[in-house]
Each structure stands twice: as C-alpha cells, then as structure tokens.
Design a protein around this ligand. Structure first.
Ligand code: ZN
Length: 66
C-alpha cells in the first residue's frame, strides 16, 4: 500500500526529484517539521539526500537560470 511519503522515494529508497523539491520547499517555508516523518528521518540519516537537498535549497535562492 502506498503512503503519502512513498511517492517521494525512488526505487532505491532515496528521495526522488519530487521528494527533494518537496523537502527544499519545506526548508524555505520553515515547515520541515510538518513533512511526513519518513522523509524527515531519511534526510536526517542519509548523507547523500541531505547534501542534495542542501544544494537544491541553495540553488533555489539564485535567480532562475536559462
Ligand atoms: Zn537518501
């Protein structure tokens, strides 16, 4: 059965693109504590996802490229 959090994880049990942008958005809105606990716990414990989210949140501070 799929939970809300499952749609934010990829087949290799890391955050997928949706999960990363979801988390990044939560950081910017200071709402990380309201995310599904599965996501918060994973980013807390996973260096790879935490770094990707950090990079994304910094990139999002810049003006849109292109
Ligand atoms: Zn991960």
């Amino acid at each position: 059965m799929l939970t809300d959090a499952d749609m934010y994880f990829s087949y290799d049990y890391h955050l997928n693109d949706s999960g990363k942008s979801f988390y990044t958005e939560a950081i910017r809105q200071d709402r990380v504590s309201q995310l599904p606990p599965e996501i918060v716990m994973h980013v807390d414990q996973c260096n790879r996802c935490r770094k990707e989210v950090e990079v994304l949140s910094k990139e999002d501070d810049l003006n849109d490229k292109d």
